[in-house]
Design a protein around this ligand. Sequence first.
Ligand code: ATP
Ligand code: MG
Length: 417
Amino acid sequence: MRQSHLFTKTRKTAPKDEVAKNAQLLIRAGFIHKEMAGVYSYLPLGLRVVEKIKQIVREEMNAIASQELIMTALQKKELWERTDRWSDEVVDVWFKSELKAGGEVGFGWSHEEPIGEMMKNFITSYRDLPISVYQFQTKLRNELRAKSGIMRGREFVMKDMYSFAADEKSHLAYYESAKPAYMNVFKRLGIGDDTYITFAAGGAFTKFSHEFQTVCETGEDVTYIDRKKKIAINEEVLNDETLSNLGLKHDDLEKVSTAEVGNIFNFGQQKAEDLGLLAKDKDGKDTPVWMGSYGIGITRLMGVLVEKFSDDKGIVWPKSVSPFAVHLVSIAAGNSDIEKEADRVYDLLRENNIEVLYDDRDVRAGEKFADSDLIGISTRLVVSEKTISAGGYELADRATGKAKFVSESSLLNELRK
Ligand code: ATP
Ligand code: MG
């Protein structure tokens, strides 16, 4: 893409009412637009990052045999009444509305109930199981506070997955398989070392649920981590009993701020019982299905990445989700030979399927470099009079700031490294 065609522009300052670093940087660099508190639009650059995060999650969920679908945003009141989750006293984030034809609907803040109900059409016997499905969906939540930028939206993208099993053994096996799949996601995003499987408050069926908490100064959660054992406890369940259950010592724990980037939840048979989702067992007896739910905050993750990977000049995207692989910057200053050479490099990269943002604008070099630092594409390739006269280009790494000269003939090999 040519930067001269990109309609978004960088800006020197963020809106005054925006207090979160992630949103400030993302707005300044032109990744998102703030519609109102907790509500953000994703612009071309931002959308590319969201899609890359989604693709990593998609690959890891497909690898544990989950099937992608997409559910509706409008939800039936009756369904949530059946599980006693319609009332605002029980669920405090509902957005609700009225149908003109009469009756109320809810805007999806989660999908266990609708998905369980839908599955009645497809699950009748243990032979139909196990099943796992997932979606990327825009959730709507009437969050009381929305001061963490895209880390806490009133409208945000979540990956939610739901598993259905005929018996406890296969149910637990699937639940366990989600943990390494989740960790693979976080590793690929560059936050594997800082993300802890965390014991948190459970539900009706299990003592604990598992959260995936990433160490992050601006995270809203307080977590006690054991760096050596790579395990953590949410402060809400920190007590002597939990510690001895998990074989942890209070002295080995470090209190840190974290952001919950995902969680997995074991419903046992309770949810299916409430919903009437039954499967015939081997003896022909109707049995409630074992269910689990598994969330990842896609847009929250994007915010966490910006919080963790940025410096005083701007964002520093990990390679795996950088909006483009290469930021090609031409410093031509009106010299048409340099312009032509930069155009040629641009075509060469595109022909070789290397995603490239090409700063072909007629602006000062200083402005180009400042914008490039702010946008944070992981690799920068500079074409200038100086580099051309030396027979090549300058290749710089946004994360380390290290730059090196690459000759024309070695360019593609260098970029593919
Ligand atoms: P939190 O405690 O942060 O409110 P939650 O317990 O409500 O999270 P879930 O309902 O389980 O979270 O949602 C699954 C995932 O979606 C969370 O782990 C988090 O990463 C993400 N998430 C939850 N609420 C928001 C939000 N308001 N904005 C952005 N992401 C969110
Ligand atoms: Mg919440």
